[in-house]
Ligand binder design. Structure first.
Ligand code: HEM
Length: 181
């Protein structure tokens, strides 16, 4: 995973909990990098799982809740870090439909070693949209947080349900996103 994903995570921990908790998390997780992340560096996604698991132990907040909250934080940060991806986009559904063939495609050009999930958006109308997530890494809850962060960014009210279609070694999740009338 790219360093930006880690540095933004540590920033969220410092803000939401405290800098002392962030330091303690890094120390107790015994991560190979020692917690010194640079935006262009690449680190094992196992490090992220170790950090989140340790944070959950330290704070009593369940892992999925932490990862989902991180998705909200990360989406907000993306709006500041990558403003060009938002130009001309007028709704959350429109943005979400552009992740696979535009946003992540550009991310891959910037960082050829990025480990990105695959998204399909087989259905989309005004009210309802389906997103299929597929990855060798278990970050569907991060996708949920990012989707919710995206809806919040455009001030849209919607319900998001997740259906787990995973198989051994591959995480597959169907997201149904339904706008409230
Ligand atoms: C401006 C918007 C976005 C940018 C710049 C962006 C960029 C990135 C980057 C840099 C990574 C890390 C790749 C790596 O660690 O090697 C990543 C991973 C990921 N992105 Fe995005 N992303 C954006 C929006 C979204 C949205 C809206 C979703 C959800 C629908 C999403 C879902 C994910 C997930 C789940 C991962 C973790 C890797 C995995 O699951 O295999 N991203 N993205």
């Amino acid at each position: 995973m790219k360093g930006v994903v880690f540095s933004e995570f540590i920033e969220m921990v410092e803000e939401r909990f405290s800098p002392a908790i962030a330091d303690r998390m890094i120390e107790l997780a015994h991560v190979p990098s020692g917690g010194a992340y640079t935006a262009v560096g690449t680190y094992s996604h196992e490090e992220m799982l170790a950090l989140v698991g340790t944070l959950s132990t330290l704070t009593g907040v369940p892992v999925p809740e932490l990862v989902r909250a991180y998705g909200h934080h990360l989406f907000q940060r993306f709006t500041a870090l990558y403003p060009s991806f938002f130009e001309g986009v007028t709704s959350a559904f429109e943005f979400l439909a552009r992740i696979e063939n535009h946003v992540h495609l550009e991310v891959r050009k910037l960082y050829p070693d990025a480990e990105l999930p695959r998204f399909d958006t087989p259905q989309r109308d005004e009210r309802h949209m389906v997103m299929l997530y597929e990855s060798r890494r278990p970050f569907a809850t991060l996708a949920l947080g990012l989707i919710e962060g995206c809806l919040q960014h455009w001030g849209e009210q919607a319900d998001v349900t997740m259906t787990d279609l995973s198989e051994p070694g591959i995480t597959r999740v169907r997201f149904d996103i339904t706008r409230r009338a």
